[in-house]
Ligand binder design. Structure first.
Ligand code: PMM
Length: 275
C-alpha cells in the first residue's frame, strides 16, 4: 500500500502551518499525532520553500529541526529531513533521520550528493529549477512530463556518479516547483511515466495553490479544509497510479482516502484491515 509521509514543518513562516509548530515540543507532539493517525514517515523541515520565501542559514535550520528529528527517531518513527543543505542532512542523519528529502534534487548545495553517498540514508531527488524566489520564471517546458522525466533521470545519474546506488533514490516530480497551474495537472496525468522510471516515486500535492485554483475563482476562498479534501483525492489517484508515497499535512483524511482506494483496487491494493 502507498505510504503516507506526514509533514512536520518547524518554521515560523510555512504557508500551511501558519507558524503553529515553531517550537520543538509542539512539533514533536504534532508529529506523534500524525503517526497515530497513520503516517508511515514524518518529514521534518526547517526552511519554507513556499514561493518567495526567504532562505534561512543552515545554523538556524539545524537549531529548528535537530531536536525534533532526534525525538521522533527515538520514538521509533521513520524520519525524513526536508533540507537543501548538506550540513543539515548530515547532522539530521546523525540524529536518526533515515531519508534525506532534497527539493532541489541535489542541485542547491554542491556537497549534497557526496554527503548522502557517505550517509546511511535514502534520498528523495525532487525536480527543481531554482530557488523559490524565482522558480516560476523557469516554468517553461516543451512537454512538461518528458522534460521532468529527463531532468530527473539526469539527477539519478549525478547521484550514481557521486556514489549513491539508484536503489537508494526516490524521485519526486515536484508539484508546484517551477510549474504553474496547468503544468501541475499535466504532471499528475503523466504520473505513470514517472513510475515507469523504476524508482520509488513520492508526490506532494498537499494544500498547494493549484488545488485552490481549481476549487475557487479566488484561491484565497478555498479553505484549508477544502484543500485537505482535494489533497486526499489527489493522493488516492496518485496511489492508483502506483506511487510509493504521498507527502501530506492532513494525514487522517489521506489515510481514509487510501484505505478506500485500496479496497477498490482489491487484494493487491488492500491494506489487509478487516471491515
Ligand atoms: N513540497 C513542499 C516541501 N517539501 N518535498 C517533496 N519531496 N515534495 C514536495 O512536493 C514538497 C517537499 C512544499 O512545502 P510545504 O511543506 O510548506 O507544503
Amino acid at each position: 500500500m502507498t505510504l503516507i509521509m506526514g509533514v512536520v514543518n518547524v518554521t515560523p513562516d510555512s504557508f500551511s502551518d501558519g507558524g503553529r509548530y515553531v517550537d520543538a515540543d509542539a512539533a514533536v507532539a504534532h508529529g506523534l499525532q500524525l503517526r497515530a493517525q497513520g503516517a508511515d514517515i514524518l518529514d521534518v523541515g526547517g526552511e519554507s520553500t513556499r514561493p518567495g520565501a526567504e532562505r534561512v542559514s543552515p545554523e538556524v535550520e539545524q537549531e529548528r529541526v535537530l531536536p525534533v528529528v532526534r525525538a521522533l527517531a527515538e520514538a521509533g518513527v521513520v524520519v525524513s529531513i526536508d533540507t537543501m543543505n548538506a550540513s543539515t542532512a548530515a547532522a539530521a542523519v546523525e540524529a536518526g533521520a533515515r531519508i534525506v528529502n532534497d527539493v532541489s534534487g541535489g542541485m542547491a548545495d554542491p556537497a549534497m550528493l557526496a554527503t548522502v553517498a557517505s550517509a546511511a540514508a535514502d534520498v528523495v531527488l525532487q525536480h527543481w529549477r531554482g530557488h523559490s524566489a524565482d522558480m516560476y520564471a523557469s516554468a517553461v517546458y516543451d512537454d512538461v512530463v518528458a522534460d521532468v522525466v529527463g531532468e530527473l533521470a539526469a539527477r539519478i545519474e549525478a547521484a550514481a556518479a557521486a556514489g549513491i546506488d539508484p536503489s537508494r533514490v526516490i524521485v519526486d516530480p515536484g508539484i508546484g516547483f517551477g510549474k504553474r497551474g496547468e503544468q501541475n495537472w499535466e504532471t499528475l496525468r503523466g504520473l505513470d511515466r514517472f513510475v515507469e522510471m523504476g524508482q520509488r516515486v513520492l508526490i506532494g500535492t498537499s494544500r498547494k495553490r493549484f488545488l485552490a485554483e481549481a476549487l475557487a475563482e479566488d484561491p484565497a476562498d478555498a479553505s484549508e479544509a477544502r484543500r485537505d479534501l482535494a489533497t486526499a483525492v489527489t493522493s488516492a489517484l496518485a496511489a492508483q497510479a502506483g506511487v510509493w508515497a504521498v507527502r501530506v499535512h492532513d494525514v487522517a483524511a489521506t489515510r481514509d482516502a487510501l484505505v478506500v482506494a485500496g479496497r477498490w483496487a482489491g487484494a493487491d491494493g488492500s491494506d489487509g484491515r478487516e471491515g
